[in-house]
Design a protein around this ligand. Sequence first.
Ligand code: AMP
Length: 111
Amino acid sequence: NTTIFTKIINGEIPCEKLHEDEICIAFNDIAPQAPIHYLVIPKKPIINLLSCQDEDRDLLGHLLLVGKGIAIKKGIKDLRTIINNGEEAGQTVFHLHIHFLGGRSMQWPPG
Ligand code: AMP
């Protein structure tokens, strides 16, 4: 399961990196849908949430807490987090990623 995110993790293509540790990397979305829009992705090549297992419990928690930490640093107090799982749900890159969006008011339900 190699995607464009594998290349970002390996440093083969550049990104605006916000955070990196042994488990994950966070970077700005290349096509931002809000004034603030970044992604947190695991280094482990997991396709999406539906592919996660019990063994990924800590990893999943870590991704959310890293994303939260970035939001706090940026001073966003209202944010939306999204995981698109599968083509029909809007997933285009088949490597798990959590979207974090902020800096504007949001509508519900999403399209
Ligand atoms: P999704 O549609 O949920 O699979 O989200 C994939 C996201 O990855 C989209 O918001 C894209 O804009 C973003 N994206 C694709 N390629 C890159 C890249 N090279 N750097 C940063 N973000 C990217």
